[in-house]
Design a protein around this ligand. Structure first.
Ligand code: TYD
Length: 223
């Protein structure tokens, strides 16, 4: 690479249950690595030792009785550690980071579905994320019932959020689509109700359009 290490790019995958985010994060990382891009895959809640501990409390439902505001604060606390220990150091070292969920999940699950005040949510995100906004967010979209069926097929015990009803998950889908509409420069909606390879191809196209072409303008234009 060049004389100086440039900052890596930060990509997040978002969406409801069973959208295939983890698989697609892995496939995208494979494609980037084949292109010579040093890539780190991480996830939320978790992605650093302390955040993984907090994950246990959140997904077991132990925090749920405290209400959505407390959950939003806990997800954000985990995110602060994840950014501090994992994401920022990787980006600074020039790695690209792919996170399976990030701040849009807090906006959708706790903010919208938990009916929390928008001003509170904005402030919480400002404190936890600050300047560390993703360069690109891929919203994996599919009908909630199909996603839930997939999620339930893969694990016998529903976690805290899988256990919510159909209307919760319909609301989630709409919340993620609303985020994508509000921030079209950052977000691309991907149809996740297709075969894995086709979803991966759509994701790759979005990454090329939004991040890779800009990265190497001179190389592309050379005769
Ligand atoms: P996980 O097992 O990683 O599920 P998935 O494969 O669906 O990502 O569990 C993460 C759960 O936590 C998922 O139900 C979404 C929820 N969540 C929030 O409610 N708020 C958040 O900020 C994050 C990051 C996740």
């Amino acid at each position: 690479m060049g004389e100086t290490t440039s900052r890596g790019r930060f990509i997040t995958l978002e969406g409801g249950e069973g959208a295939g985010k983890s698989t697609q994060a892995r496939l995208l990382a494979d494609s980037l690595r084949r292109r010579g891009v040093d890539t780190l895959v991480t996830r939320e809640p978790g992605g650093s030792p302390l955040a993984e501990e907090i994950r246990g409390a959140l997904l077991s439902g132990a925090v749920a009785p405290l209400g959505p505001a407390a959950e939003a604060i806990m997800f954000s606390a985990a995110r602060i550690d994840h950014l501090e220990r994992t994401i920022r150091p990787a980006l600074a070292a020039g790695q690209w980071v792919i996170s399976d969920r990030f701040a849009d999940s807090t906006r959708a699950y706790q903010g919208v579905l938990g009916a929390l005040a928008p001003a509170f949510m904005r402030e919480l995100e400002r404190v936890a994320v600050g300047e560390n906004r993703p360069d690109l967010t891929l919203v994996l979209d599919l009908p909630a019932d199909i996603g839930l069926e997939r999620a339930r097929a893969r694990s016998s015990v529903a976690d805290r959020f899988e256990a919510e009803g159909q209307s919760f998950h319909d609301g989630l889908r709409e919340a993620f689509l609303a985020i994508a509409r509000e921030e079209p420069d950052r977000c691309v909606v991907i149809d996740a109700d297709q075969e894995e390879e086709r979803v991966a191809a759509d994701i790759w196209r979005a990454v090329e359009d939004r991040l890779l072409d800009l990265d190497e303008p001179d190389m592309e234009r050379l005769p």
